[in-house]
Design a protein around this ligand. Sequence first.
Ligand SMILES: Cc1cc2nc3c(=O)[nH]c(=O)nc-3n(C[C@H](O)[C@H](O)[C@H](O)COP(=O)(O)OP(=O)(O)OC[C@H]3O[C@@H](n4cnc5c(N)ncnc54)[C@H](O)[C@@H]3O)c2cc1C
Length: 572
Amino acid sequence: MDSPALKKSKDDAKYLPNKIATKENAARVDASPPVLQLLEAVHTAIKPAKGDCIVYWMRMEDMRIRDNRALAHASAQAQKDGVPLLVLFVLSPQDYAAHDRGARRVDFTLRILENIKTELAKLDIPLYTTSRSPRTKIPSFIHDLLLQWNASHIFGNIEYEVDELRRDLSLCQIAKKHGKVACLFGHDKCILPPGDVRTKDGRGYTVYSPFLRSWAPLLEKANAHHLDELPLPTANNPSVRQHPVFANLFKTEVPREVKGFSLGPEERERISTFWHAEEDAAHEMLRRFLSTAARTTQFGAVDPLTAGAQDVDPTKKSRLAKYGDARDRMDADTTSRLSPYLSAGVISARACVREALKASGKKKLDVCRDTGVGRWIQELAWRDFYTHIVALFPRVSMGRPFQEKYAGVRWETNAAHLQAWKDGRTGVPVVDAAMRQANTMGWMHNRARMIAAMYLVKDLMIDWRLGEQYFMEVLIDGDLASNNGGWQWSASTGVDPAPYFRIFNPYTQSLKTDPGGEYIRHFVPELAKVRGAEVHNPPPALADKLGYPRPLVDHKEARNRAIRRYKNIGED
Ligand SMILES: Cc1cc2nc3c(=O)[nH]c(=O)nc-3n(C[C@H](O)[C@H](O)[C@H](O)COP(=O)(O)OP(=O)(O)OC[C@H]3O[C@@H](n4cnc5c(N)ncnc54)[C@H](O)[C@@H]3O)c2cc1C
């Protein structure tokens, strides 16, 4: 079953990762994380004279009007100075290509922007959307725009990936040199900002449990401050619509598509029914998660807001209340499905914690493993944890394993296996259902992601970075920190990973998480009529009859190979 020792062929070069920093470069960036440089630049920003407007720069991860820190600060500054507030969004196709953003995520961004434009216009605030290439020129382009508008301040919520931090830093440097505009970037993505949760000797945590043990009391102590809802932006004076320069901004349209990232009309329509793009929809999804019961009709490729959700006692029977026990079940809507909205920032993570505590009648923060609400807040803390890791250990966003000792694990370069995994044709039903869920909906249940990721890395022994890349391309909730965290967990190379010898048996996982096989039958039509346990592992004759592939590898043999290769780094 093992492939013979392979040299890097032309074919491999097409799909082998080409964005891996050297060990030395990664170490250099880790030693002086760009986020700290950016915070320093903000700290030493100039104190500008009053200008003609204030600008809030919205990006792909903070796309909301409610409870948005940078937007609230920008609005307060505009009120203080008695000038209009303008909102800017810069589309950057080169960044999308460099970061493996898929058409679904880009289209979602445009649909959200369209709604935001309408909502802001009700407050007489214009949203100016423009597209820029090359990406390296974005800082100087924005600075020129700020001078043209005679803006005194630009506000933004920090994005923690290396390229984005360097872009913001570059804008700060240009602005400082010219001395006209203050660039104020601050934290908003996480519930507690990266850098606030530190070990006794001042370093970032690299293991989740102690991180959580520090995170929870810090949040509890600063509860009011960190969980408070930020005010909505104040409306501009309607006279802004007559302003000689700003009036035109109301007329600029949000583009329907970004070249190279378009969805066909049918796909756009289909994806829009699974993923509504309004802030209100995200809040309604949260409300349903907190106060209605799970439905077996709702786990698949369906509109999450269809009628029929039954209000129940939120402290006992809601999806939240049952989350502790039910969250790994893939055959009902046991989880919130809010990740696309959290990744795009359509809803704030604070709002999720705030509302979850309220719905479950808790006055104090709950992060217990054995309550639904505690367990759910723990998941939101995982999101914080992985974002803190990207900010404080930027090597992980440079294609490096967190644990450098695993950099030399020997991977298979089997293009056919990789493609079969992507297509959901590995012959392992739960893996195929998971991948087809991703391909159909642009989203996967967490357990499905873990099973599919572990299978690619440990059973097919294919480089985790190729899986990470594919998930970014296909998932609508693609988020570098959580995606990288999940992949490096599965590949045993990350912070607090699954030990390399703990390898999921996909068949056992399937029985546990989809005992009746409904999830498999929904996403793998070839198996739709198979009843009983065979749906989890169809016998070869049945698989052949149904036109379903036989397994690509034998799990037991593959498991032994993986353990051997992790134990003996670099060897076959
Ligand atoms: C290989 C792999 C890749 C992943 N890629 C992404 C990704 O690109 N984007 C993404 O948002 N999540 C990713 N996750 C994390 C997790 O699978 C999803 O956040 C979750 O499935 C979303 O479903 P939900 O909104 O119903 O979650 P719920 O169970 O309702 O949880 C609520 C929220 O908590 C956060 N969360 C939950 N689990 C995790 C986790 N393990 N790590 C980090 N945050 C978590 C998410 O923001 C989620 O929306 C990945 C996990 C794995 C194993």
